[in-house]
Design a protein around this ligand. Structure first.
Ligand SMILES: CC(C)(COP(=O)(O)OP(=O)(O)OC[C@H]1O[C@@H](n2cnc3c(N)ncnc32)[C@H](O)[C@@H]1OP(=O)(O)O)[C@@H](O)C(=O)NCCC(=O)NCCS
Length: 162
């Protein structure tokens, strides 16, 4: 299998950050302290194919939720879930260290600005929390995600082998 290169990308948070513009009919919420299992499962169902496309493995629901809620950097107010009248449109899950762990948008609603709005929401959130920057990792061959991140002012600060 060829070596995969992972990029570490960063958005500095000083200065203006554009306001998120949600696609029509989409609302956003955070996870909350006692999230409903139905919501979690719907969020995971969007994340799972996204993991494969993003180049990673996909944990089953129970493994995912168990690992997430036990992580010392987990904060339910840093999980943003976008929904419309058909269900979960997309989500972004961040660690408290101002790190974006996962981002995925359901294939039925892509290229409508949902991914961009989720990312901008995290930038505003971490800016309000006093962070100087937000980081994430992305596979170098994930062109859609990298195009999105660059359009949001993110830059590559490190490269590593997976
Ligand atoms: C990456 C992802 C989150 C983008 O979500 P999205 O809601 O479709 O993104 P947006 O509609 O907000 O796109 C904003 C901009 O990003 C870029 N972009 C998004 N998808 C793109 C694609 N498939 N090809 C090229 N550019 C793309 C474009 O510049 C786009 O603006 P435009 O539509 O006006 O041209 C989505 O494709 C996804 O869930 N992918 C699988 C999971 C994944 O790879 N996650 C990232 C792991 S690091």
């Amino acid at each position: 299998m060829p070596d995969t290169t992972i990029l570490l990308m960063r958005r500095d948070l000083a200065g203006h950050i554009e306001a998120p513009a949600w696609p029509g009919g989409v609302v956003v919420q955070t996870l909350g302290q006692k999230p409903e299992r139905k919501l979690l499962q719907a969020a995971h169902a969007v994340l799972q194919p996204g993991y494969w496309e993003g180049g990673g493995g996909a944990p089953i629901f129970r493994q995912w939720w168990k690992a997430l809620r036990r992580d010392s950097e987990f904060d339910p107010s840093l999980v943003f879930i976008a929904r419309d009248d058909q269900g979960v449109v997309g989500l972004v899950q961040c660690w408290t260290s101002a790190f974006i762990k996962d981002l995925a948008v359901a294939s039925r609603t892509r290229r409508r600005g949902g991914g961009r709005a989720l990312m901008l929401t995290t930038f505003h959130t971490f800016a309000q929390r006093g962070a100087e920057h937000v980081d994430l990792k992305v596979r170098e061959d994930n062109a859609p995600a990298i195009t999105l991140y660059k359009s949001l002012g993110m830059r590559t600060i490190d490269r590593m082998k997976a």
